[in-house]
Unconditional design. Structure first.
Length: 202
């Protein structure tokens, strides 16, 4: 029987496609709805972890579902924000590529009966990604008419002179931080689990 943390993770997985559909819909109302869905999903992420720790509802299924739900939400948010020209394609490729590699490793390990847990660095990476995505979505709602003409990535002078540029600049700085943490945590992930990888390969 599913416990509440696992149910919340499944809800997060189910609302993620709806979130992306709303995000790429070229109407302010849809962007507002997408932002609300994103905030709701982010809150369920925090709450399911709180419930699991408080009541001891930590299960192997939950250890698999929770990061999977996070990765799906982040991947669809990145794709959606790239579609409306708010984030560069290279950030999308680096983050989603890393997530696919790590998820693939975890799936292969799980098939072999080995459970690989998320690291503290990985959790920091997820928080930085969520904050960056929230900043971009807030910009897309508050400055809806400016989205299609956003300045180049980290173009400080152009951003600070444009409407809502400070929010956009914050999003870019957070996204750069998220990309760096994503790469570092990915390398750390494979290094810490090198013995498992060796066992799976040999």
């Amino acid at each position: 029987m599913l416990n509440w943390p696992n149910r919340l993770s499944i809800i997060r997985i189910l609302v993620s496609p709806l979130f992306m559909v709303l995000l790429i819909d070229n109407r302010r109302g849809s962007r507002i709805a997408a932002l609300c869905v994103f905030v709701f999903a982010s809150l369920t992420d925090m709450y399911d972890g709180y419930l699991a720790r408080k009541y001891g509802w930590i299960t192997n299924l939950g250890k698999f579902l929770d990061p999977l739900a996070d990765k799906l939400l982040v991947a669809l948010a990145l794709i959606g924000l790239n579609q409306i020209d708010l984030i560069p394609a290279w950030a999308l490729y680096l983050i989603i590529g890393r997530e696919l590699l790590v998820t693939g490793l975890r799936a292969i390990a799980a098939y072999a009966g080995v459970l690989i847990l998320p690291s503290r660095l990985g959790k920091m990476k997820t928080v930085s990604q969520m904050l960056a995505l929230f900043s971009y979505m807030l910009y897309s709602v508050l400055y809806f008419e400016n989205v299609s003409a956003r300045p180049p990535f980290l173009a400080f002078s152009e951003m600070l002179s444009s409407r809502g540029g400070s929010i956009l600049l914050l999003g870019d700085l957070l996204m750069l931080t998220a990309v760096v943490l994503t790469m570092i945590s990915g390398l750390d992930y494979f290094w810490r689990n090198r013995s498992i990888i060796r066992r799976l390969v040999l």
